[in-house]
Design a protein around this ligand. Structure first.
Ligand SMILES: C[S@@+](CC[C@H](N)C(=O)[O-])C[C@H]1O[C@@H](n2cnc3c(N)ncnc32)[C@H](O)[C@@H]1O
Length: 276
C-alpha cells in the first residue's frame, strides 16, 4: 500500500474541514493513512490513494463523500455513557415534569447520535424517571451525518456485549432478544423495545449545514463530537445551539470537553452541563 503524502493529507484535511468541520491536524495523518489502507484492501475499485482521491475530485457523488466521511470519522459510543449526565437530569430536570400539564411539549436533541445508543439511553432513562411519560408530548430528535451510524440507529439492534454493563432490569424491560444467523453461526442481538423506539426519530444532519429545526429544545446533547472541531467551529456551533434552546434549557457536552474560552452565553451548572 502506498503511503499518504503530505500533499494528499493536506487535500483530505481541507475537504474534511470545509464539508464537515473536522479539524484533521498533522497528528491524524497516521490514522487517516490506516483507515484508507483498510478501505483499499477491501476495494475492488481503487488501486491507490491517488486513484481514490482522483475519483472524489473528478466524479465523487454526495454518497461517495459520505463514504469518505465514514472513513475519516469516529463513531465510538455506548449506552448510558457518562452516566453522571443522566443522574443530573434525574435530579434536576425530570422532577420539573412530574406535575406538568397533560400534553406538555418536551423536546430533546441528540445532535451526534452515532449508532443510537445515546438517544435510546435518553428514552430509556426518561421512561424510568417519568412513569407518566405518555401523558407528555415527549420527543427525542436523533441526528448524525454518518450513513453507517444512521442505519444502526434506525435498526436499533445491538450485540449482547453492548448491553453487558446495563442492569438486568433495564435489559429485560427495554430490549428484546433477536437471534441472527450468519453462515452456520447464530449470534445474540437485542433490539430496543418499541416503547422507547417510538420516542426517537432519526434524521441525517450535517452540523455544519443550516438546520431545518426551529426548536425550542429543552435539552441538547452535543457529546464527544466537538473534540473533532476547531475553536471557531465549536464556538459557532454552540452559539447556534443556544439559539434553539428554550430559556433554562440545558446543553450537555462530553465529559472530556469544555466550553471555557468560548463566547457562547451559557452558564455551567456542573462540568459538561450548561444552562441557557
Ligand atoms: C464519537 S461519536 C459521539 C456519539 C455520542 N454523542 C456519544 O457521546 O456517545 C461522534 C459522532 O459525531 C458525528 N459527526 C462528526 N462530525 C459531524 C458533522 N459535521 N455533522 C454531524 N455529525 C457529525 C460522527 O458521525 C459520530 O457519529
Amino acid at each position: 500500500m502506498d503511503t499518504l503524502s503530505k500533499r494528499q493529507f493536506a487535500e483530505i484535511a481541507a475537504i474534511a474541514r470545509e464539508r464537515w468541520g473536522l479539524d484533521l491536524t498533522d497528528k491524524k495523518q497516521a490514522l487517516v493513512q490506516n483507515r484508507l489502507a483498510k478501505m483499499l484492501a477491501r476495494s475492488q475499485t481503487y488501486e491507490s490513494i491517488e486513484h481514490y482521491l482522483d475519483h472524489l475530485r473528478t466524479s465523487g457523488t454526495e454518497e461517495d463523500m459520505l463514504v469518505f466521511f465514514d472513513i475519516l470519522s469516529t463513531n465510538t459510543t455506548s449506552f448510558f455513557r457518562e452516566k453522571e449526565h443522566f443522574d443530573h437530569l434525574a435530579e434536576h430536570f425530570y422532577p420539573t415534569l412530574e406535575s406538568a400539564p397533560r400534553g406538555k411539549r418536551v423536546r430533546i436533541w441528540s445532535a451526534a447520535c452515532s449508532n443510537g445508543s445515546e438517544p435510546y439511553t435518553i428514552g430509556i432513562h426518561a421512561r424510568e424517571c417519568l412513569p407518566d411519560l405518555n401523558n407528555l408530548d415527549f420527543k427525542i430528535l436523533a441526528t448524525d451525518l454518518s450513513n453507517k451510524a444512521l442505519d444502526a440507529a434506525r435498526n436499533a439492534v445491538y450485540p449482547e456485549k453492548a448491553l453487558d454493563h446495563l442492569p438486568r432490569q433495564i435489559r429485560a424491560t427495554y430490549f428484546e432478544p433477536r437471534v441472527m444467523t450468519r453462515g452456520d453461526k447464530s449470534e445474540s442481538f437485542y433490539q430496543v423495545h418499541p416503547s422507547v423506539r417510538s420516542l426517537v426519530s432519526v434524521h441525517q444532519l450535517n452540523l455544519m449545514d443550516p438546520w431545518p429545526m426551529k426548536g425550542p429544545f429543552d435539552v441538547i446533547f452535543l457529546r464527544n463530537v466537538m473534540i473533532y472541531f476547531d475553536k471557531q467551529t465549536r464556538e459557532q456551533l454552540v452559539q447556534r445551539m443556544r439559539g434553539l434552546l428554550r430559556a433554562g434549557g440545558l446543553l450537555i457536552i462530553g465529559s472530556a470537553e469544555t466550553l471555557s474560552g468560548l463566547d457562547v452565553g451559557l452558564r455551567m451548572v456542573r462540568p459538561a452541563i450548561y444552562v441557557k
